[in-house]
Design a protein around this ligand. Structure first.
Ligand SMILES: Cc1cc2nc3c(=O)[nH]c(=O)nc-3n(C[C@H](O)[C@H](O)[C@H](O)COP(=O)(O)OP(=O)(O)OC[C@H]3O[C@@H](n4cnc5c(N)ncnc54)[C@H](O)[C@@H]3O)c2cc1C
Length: 449
């Protein structure tokens, strides 16, 4: 071991099951890395960023060998835990109403749409059905007078950006969702809703003839050299170039210290609804609602995907866990909030129990920029997706592959036009302040929570 070694201090752990992965039929397993192997490119992490990087490299370097190492099963990490909204419009969870500065927002829209187009290309190539990749747009809805104010300010912002939208009234929302909980909604057409675990699994399957994928193969140490050596539990991988697509765990590799925020958010999923419950609920089989207040509750109703049954998913609550692990108490608080949010929205489904509860990490930076770029010679980071990882993860994976192969494109220049992540305030002020602020905002969200 020498002082250029990168020792990985912590391996990923998210509370509860990755339910979107859990409700699908068992996935074919990729092998664990054993013995010694040598490739041109190594990618660490099999989420949106890692898979996008692998696919883009396969396109850019047809004759070169690529391997991807994932610490767990694919889609067991945050990639299989999210709510599946691929959003084209600016969506900063830390903002009060999703509205930012105009030029910045127009740039974000261009970048987000390029990533969604890339995902669409994957979906088309692999023949994904609408139960996996549904270009249905997104609805943001309010349940209170305060939420209506957020909708109005969002509407004005979309107007100033020249983006199309449609306002929905309470009756339209009720016919769509079955619940009369929502007062007003604003629909925008450019978003896609995915079954996140199915999307990742199929994407992996699509590239597996070009990329060697290893599951249950955490990287524990990287020995730097003319060829870097990635050490896992039972094998070693030598590669000239490495892309780290490990989300907030970039910090566990020793990079971006005191620059990334480790925020966890939580969700619950009902058991399968019976035919009678589906009929009692009414509405259409698949829909999703983002809260008008960014700290409110996201809801998805999904119909059957590969035998997984009709279900409702509720997401809310965030906690800042700078030691990279959520607490049992975070999960318990989220469960209480989610049961309450479910009961207020779906009184007609009283008695429907939650079958899965889980949490997962987001990696944010104070100034909402990615933790991106060459961090050591021939080692690149494609991390920190600021809460919109289905899109920004895809983008940063694509961009890492492009920069590492010295491509030049208007998209890459646009993507690189950002400041470095700002330094965080020191502990304990950061965690205390961050968690108290989030609690206060949750309380302020009122009925929209
Ligand atoms: C409840 C919830 C709801 C969300 N909803 C949305 C949403 O609707 N839309 C949206 O865009 N985003 C959403 N997100 C965020 C989104 O899931 C993440 O931003 C996204 O998964 C990040 O993608 P990524 O590829 O950068 O990282 P990840 O998906 O976290 O992938 C990184 C991978 O690296 C692996 N890894 C880490 N360390 C190692 C190591 N040492 N060796 C090998 N592998 C390693 C991990 O196991 C993991 O699989 C949500 C998240 C949660 C938890």
């Amino acid at each position: 071991m020498n002082n250029k070694d990168i020792i990985v201090k912590r391996l990923p752990k998210d509370p509860g099951p990755a339910a979107w992965h859990q409700i699908l039929p068992p996935a074919p397993e990729y092998p664990m890395l054993v013995d010694d192997k040598t490739v041109d490119w190594a990618i660490v992490g099999g989420g949106f960023a890692g898979l996008a990087a692998a696919r883009r490299l396969a396109q850019l370097c047809p004759g070169e060998s690529i391997a991807l190492l994932e610490a767990r099963r694919l889609a067991e990490g945050p990639g299989g835990r999210n709510s599946g909204f691929m959003i084209d419009l600016p969506h900063e969870l830390t903002s009060d109403n999703y509205a930012g500065a105009r030029d910045h927002d127009l740039q974000q829209i261009r970048l987000n749409r390029a990533a969604i187009d890339y995902a669409r290309e994957i979906a088309l190539e692999l023949g994904m059905g609408r139960e996996v990749f549904d270009p249905c747009g997104k609805m943001t809805a309010s349940a209170s007078a305060k939420g209506n104010v957020h909708i109005e300010s969002y509407r004005q912002h979309l107007e100033s950006l020249g983006e199309p939208y449609k306002i929905w009234n309470a009756r339209e929302l009720q016919q769509w969702t079955g619940t009369d909980f929502y007062q007003q909604g604003i629909f925008t057409p450019g978003a896609v809703m995915i079954q996140p675990a199915a999307f990742l699994r199929l994407t992996a399957q699509g590239i597996s003839s070009r990329v060697q994928i290893f599951e249950n193969s955490p990287v524990l140490r990287i020995e730097q050299g003319a060829e870097h050596t990635l050490h896992s539990r039972h094998g070693r991988l030598r590669a000239k170039r490495v892309i780290l697509a490990v989300n907030g765990h970039i910090q566990s590799f020793g990079f971006f210290p005191r620059q990334v925020l480790h925020v966890f958010t939580y969700a619950s999923m009902t058991r399968r609804l019976t035919a009678a419950e589906v009929a009692t609920l009414g509405g259409v089989p698949d829909w999703g609602i983002l809260p008008a207040d960014p700290v409110g509750t996201t809801v998805r109703r999904v119909s059957d995907c590969m035998g997984s049954g009709d279900r409702i998913v509720i997401r809310n609550h965030v906690s800042l866990n700078q030691d990279l692990e959520a607490r049992e108490s975070n999960l318990q608080r989220a469960a209480r909030l989610q049961d309450d949010s479910f009961a207020r929205r779906f009184p007609m489904l009283k008695g429907v129990a939650m079958e899965h509860r889980w949490g997962g990490r987001l990696c944010l930076t104070m100034n909402s920029v990615p933790a991106f770029g060459e961090v050591e010679e021939r080692i690149w980071s494609a991390c920190a997706q600021n809460g919109l990882g289905t899109v920004k993860g895809t983008l940063s994976g694509m961009m890492a592959a492009e920069i590492a192969t010295q491509q030049q494109s208007p998209l890459l220049s646009d993507f690189l036009a950002h400041n470095p992540p700002q330094k965080l305030v020191p502990e304990p002020f950061l965690s205390l302040g961050g968690n108290l602020t989030m609690r206060f905002k949750e309380w302020q969200a009122g009925a929209d929570l």
